[in-house]
Design a protein around this ligand. Structure first.
Ligand code: HEC
Length: 141
C-alpha cells in the first residue's frame, strides 16, 4: 500500500470518527419531552415512590413487581387519569395498602407519575420500527 493511500485512510477514518462523535453527542438530548415535568414536586414524588417501595408491586416501563398494574401510563390511559391515580394512592383498595399519606405526598406521587407518563409507553402494544432501528409507539394506547 502506498504511503499516500495509508495517509488518506488514516486521516479519512479519523475525520469520520470526529464527525460521528459530534453527531452523536450533540443531537437528541435537547428535546426531552418530559423535561417540563421534572419539578421539585415530581422529584419529591420519586423519593416517596422509592421510600414506600411502590415498585415491589408495580412496574414502570414493564419492570417491577407484578401484584399491581404497570404505572407508566396510568395518567394518560383512557378511562384512568390524574384523579383516578390520586384516589388509589390516597385510599388504597382491598389489594393495595393504604399508606395514610398526607395530601402533599399524594400530590407529589401523582406529579411523579405525570413525569413518568411523558417519558415512555408501557406496555408497547402498537409500534413501528423506524429505518434506524429505533422503535416508536404509533398511537396512544
Ligand atoms: C402491596 C402491593 C402494592 C404496593 C406496595 C403499592 N401498590 Fe398500588 N396497587 C396495588 C394493586 C394490587 C393495585 C390494583 C388495585 C385494585 O384494582 O384493587 C394497585 C393500584 C394502584 C394504582 C391504580 C393503577 C391502575 O392502573 O389501575 C395506582 C396509581 C397505584 N396503585 C399507585 C401506587 C403507589 C404510588 C404506590 C406507592 C406509594 C403503590 N401503589 C404501592 C398494589 C400495591
Amino acid at each position: 500500500m502506498s504511503i499516500l493511500l495509508k495517509r488518506f485512510l488514516f486521516w479519512g477514518l479519523i475525520s469520520l470518527f470526529i464527525i460521528n462523535s459530534i453527531v452523536i453527542y450533540t443531537s437528541g438530548t435537547e428535546n426531552d419531552p418530559a423535561k417540563a415535568y421534572i419539578t421539585e414536586e415530581s422529584k419529591a414524588g420519586k423519593l416517596l415512590f422509592q421510600e414506600y417501595n411502590c415498585i415491589s408491586c408495580h412496574q414502570i416501563y414493564g419492570l417491577g413487581g407484578y401484584m399491581g398494574p404497570d404505572l407508566t401510563n396510568v395518567i394518560s390511559e383512557r378511562g384512568k387519569g390524574e384523579l383516578y391515580a390520586k384516589s388509589f394512592i390516597q385510599s388504597g383498595t382491598q389489594r393495595m395498602p393504604n399508606f395514610h399519606l398526607s395530601e402533599n405526598d399524594v400530590n407529589a406521587l401523582t406529579s411523579y407519575l405525570k413525569y413518568v407518563d411523558k417519558t415512555g409507553f408501557s406496555p408497547v402494544k402498537n409500534f413501528e420500527i423506524k429505518f434506524d432501528g429505533t422503535i416508536m409507539q404509533k398511537a396512544n394506547l
